[in-house]
Design a binder for this molecule. Structure first.
Ligand code: C2E
Ligand code: MG
Ligand code: MG
Ligand code: MG
Length: 292
């Protein structure tokens, strides 16, 4: 009967639901244990200037080095960490660890690299965030101007006054602020002018489109022009090919990050990468004049 089939479907739905809930709780427990056990690790992905291909910084990207499963990428655990609130202690660990690593690299005279740290929505709404950042900087004795905090559009659009207050408190510390995944969230551009933001990170989706057709190029170019007209720097994410890099350079994009330069690397690999990297061998790319 129809009723019976509905009941069965509902029964199945319940079972699937509780399985999902159980799985989520298990993952939540595991993340908590992993934080205590020190199984999280930061990888670093190089960022270079498109002007001369000099290495300018790195983005810190979290990985879970699981004793049985190996390396787990953030898409598998950040959403649950975010929902459960575990992102707050995790994010605090990330910030302190990135600052500590910068101190180590400074002591090694590895050059004055800027490090980008991702901040989650939940963290951004923690009143204590500016104090926490200030403490991480002070404890590691690093130059705050070399720390860049990556925020997303959706975070900034949530509530006007609270957002502005938080951004001002963070900017006051001397750190720089970036908008990550630019172009994928709300498309309100008004906030770009209102908020003390330094950099726009052009999402990989637009970089991918560069190779495809004229529309892709028009959009990337529009984002770069808009950012520059508001005195914001631009970094393109997910640059995989020389063709993409050269198109971005011609449109005046400031920096790139992506597999073409390097994947996210362990501390040891990144340190070796910095030691062996030379901007030479890469020609500088002529830029288009405005309007072209
Ligand atoms: P995101 O901040 O936009 O980071 C860029 C992502 O693009 C990274 O994925 C990176 O590995 C990947 N990527 C970089 N270059 C290329 C490329 O050329 N091609 C392709 N296909 N992908 C590229 P990952 O490391 O898996 O991180 C995914 C997202 O997880 C990040 O996106 C960020 O939103 C979040 N995340 C990572 N680490 C943290 C963290 O410490 N805290 C928080 N809250 N979120 C984090
Ligand atoms: Mg990021
Ligand atoms: Mg991004
Ligand atoms: Mg992204």
């Amino acid at each position: 009967s129809v009723k019976r089939r509905t009941d069965e479907r509902l029964g199945f739905f319940d079972a699937a639901m509780s399985y999902a809930v159980t799985e989520r709780l298990t993952l939540e427990r595991s993340i908590k244990d992993a934080l205590k056990a020190g199984q999280f690790e930061l990888f670093y992905q190089p960022q270079v200037s498109l002007r001369d291909y000099e290495l300018v910084g790195a983005e810190a990207l979290i990985r879970w080095r699981h004793p049985e499963l190996g390396i787990i990428t953030p898409d598998k655990f950040i959403p649950v960490a975010e929902e459960s609130g575990l992102i707050v202690p995790m994010g605090q660990w990330v910030l302190r660890e990135a600052c500590r690593q910068m101190r180590v690299w400074n002591d090694m005279n590895l050059g004055r690299l800027r490090i980008g740290v991702n901040v989650s929505g939940r963290q951004f709404h923690e009143e204590g965030l500016p104090d926490m950042v200030a403490e991480a900087i002070a404890d590691a004795r690093i130059d705050p101007t070399h720390l860049d905090l990556e925020l997303t559009e959706s975070m900034l659009m949530a509530d006007g006054e609270g957002t502005l207050k938080m951004l001002r408190a963070l900017a006051k510390l001397g750190v720089t602020l970036s908008i990550d995944d630019f172009g994928t969230g709300y498309s309100s551009l008004a906030y770009l002018k209102r908020f003390p933001i330094n950099t726009v990170k052009i999402d990989r989706a637009f970089v991918k489109d560069l190779d495809q057709d004229e529309d892709g190029r028009v959009i990337a170019n529009a984002i770069i022009s808009l950012a520059h007209s508001l005195s914001l720097k631009t970094i393109a994410e997910g640059v995989e090919t020389e063709a993409q890099a050269s198109l971005l350079a011609r449109h005046g994009c400031d920096e790139i990050q992506g597999y073409m330069i390097g994947r996210p690397l362990t501390v040891a690999d990144f340190t070796a990468f910095v030691g062996s990297y030379t901007a030479q061998g890469r020609g500088t790319v002529p830029r288009l004049k405005t309007g072209q």
